[in-house]
Design a protein around this ligand. Structure first.
Ligand code: EPZ
Length: 418
């Protein structure tokens, strides 16, 4: 089990370049199933979840070629329209093949994801959308099967609540359906817009992506395309918070500032000296006085739930009491216990965490539990007095490309150990 060993107390100074977005690359890879022509994706991050999705696509029938940061996917034939339990249990986002397989092959058999650390994470809304599009959906032995032998039929579908991969799944199913599909209460995340851009390059007819109503005119066939994945706004946001916590002078390049949504205003309100240098560069400067500011996670453009754990680590270093409310997932405070072991003063009350800052942190042995919780432990370790050892860092490797190299490159004392 890989560990990170971190000596705290060094401000981060220098420049970090943002990788491609994991949460944009995953649906983009699934979208390649929609055509028998080559799809070339650039800036795919080299992280575990991407390797899992690539393995899944190969099992389904895709040929994968990687050279540097370009990945070419060719799926001449769907050999096995299935996502097996052993893959899905490691990555819930495998459900993103449901829509493309139902659309391309008229059949999809995907293991139900089962729970994960941050919550039950059902896919009932994905399935409701497929049923509305005319698929017959059944469930047995822990698998869900969607069958549409005569193809899918355009429809009007309203999501009960906003779901990012649910929107992406139904969008990918609708592009090859007969007739028009209107998706209401759709997710507006930048990753949904990036997927729609790729699908349009492949010949899909889509408008309204980025708003809560997406209109799709089905087409009979999609062709190949080349697409550059957007920057990872959660990775970039994580590094900006690290710069603020360590009172460093840190520049993050290759990002898309407007994709931070409400995080930017929240950081400024909390006294972080954060400035946009140009349309792909943001800089944190030292000398800010961190003050406690309440935060509630919301769907985009609200404060991203994927940055909640990192923001909690920041608030442990801010003067005053802050209340953090998590509205998206039911169990996304796993990092709080570990932060408390490092000296943070946090009280959990259902969907709320009350943080009393500023509390000096001291290095400790901690355990990573899920992707973003582990990122918050890294941030805390960077300011803690002494040495922190973070166990089970495979959680971090799921979504951060070479995080220890990137942090060491700006002065962090971090190394990977067995
Ligand atoms: C996406 O997950 C992201 N993953 C998550 O990032 C992110 O936290 C989440 O969106 C919210 O922004 C990818 O894009 C691969 P949801 P997703 O469906 O689509 C409930 C990370 O750290 N729900 O928007 O799975 C669900 O349980 C990951 O990179 C249903 O009840 O999230 C949750 O409470 C973690 N039924 C809420 O909706 C459904 O059918 C929003 O989930 C679908 C979702």
């Amino acid at each position: 089990m890989d560990k990170f060993v971190i000596q705290g107390g060094t401000p981060l100074n220098g420049t970090i370049h943002t990788s491609g977005s994991k949460n944009s690359a995953l649906p983009a890879l699934a979208a390649a199933l929609l055509t028998d022509e080559p799809v070339v994706l650039e800036r795919i991050p080299k992280v575990r979840d991407i390797r899992t999705m690539q393995r899944l696509l190969v099992d389904i029938g895709s040929r994968m070629e990687e050279d540097g940061e370009r990945t070419t996917i060719v799926t001449e034939k769907i050999v096995s329209p299935e996502a097996p339990y052993e893959l899905v249990k490691t990555m819930r986002a495998s459900s993103l093949v449901l829509g493309p397989l139902a659309a391309r092959a008229g059949r999809a058999r995907v293991s139900l994801p089962g729970g994960c650390a941050i919550g039950a994470r059902p896919i009932d809304m994905h399935l409701a959308g497929l049923v509305k599009l005319g698929a017959r959906v059944s469930q047995e032995h822990g698998y869900v099967e969607a069958v549409a032998p005569d193809g899918l039929k355009g429809t009007r579908f309203t999501f009960d609540r906003i779901t990012v991969t649910g929107t992406e799944d139904i969008l990918m199913a609708a592009v090859l359906a007969h007739g028009e599909t209107v998706i209401e209460n759709a997710a507006r995340e930048p990753e949904v817009v990036d997927l729609a851009s790729l699908l349009r390059k492949m010949g899909a007819k889509i408008e309204g992506d980025g708003t809560s109503v997406i209109r799709v005119q089905g087409v009979t066939k999609l062709h190949g395309a080349t697409h550059r994945i957007i920057a990872d706004r959660i990775e970039a946001g994580t590094f900006l918070i690290a710069g603020a916590m360590t009172d460093g002078d840190l520049t993050v390049t290759g990002c898309v500032p407007e994709h931070f949504g409400a995080m930017t205003a929240k950081m400024l309100e909390a006294g972080v000296r954060m400035t946009q240098v140009d349309d792909t560069t943001v800089r944190i400067q030292p000398g800010g006085t961190l003050k406690a500011v309440d935060m509630t996670t919301q769907e985009y453009p609200g404060f991203a739930t994927d940055l909640q754990a990192q923001y909690m680590a920041l608030m442990t270093q801010a003067d005053g009491i802050s209340i953090i409310t998590e509205t998206i997932f039911e169990n996304r405070f796993m990092h709080a216990q570990e932060l408390m072991r490092m000296g943070a003063k946090i009280r959990l009350d259902g969907r709320q965490a009350i943080v009393a800052g500023r509390s000096p942190l001291s290095g400790a042995g901690v355990i990573a539990s899920d992707l973003r919780a582990s990122a918050s432990l890294v941030l805390a370790a960077l300011v803690a007095k002494g040495e922190t050892v973070i166990d089970r860092v495979y959680h971090i490797d799921r979504g951060y490309e070479s995080i220890e190299e990137k942090l060491a490159g700006v002065g962090a004392k971090i190394r990977r150990a067995e």
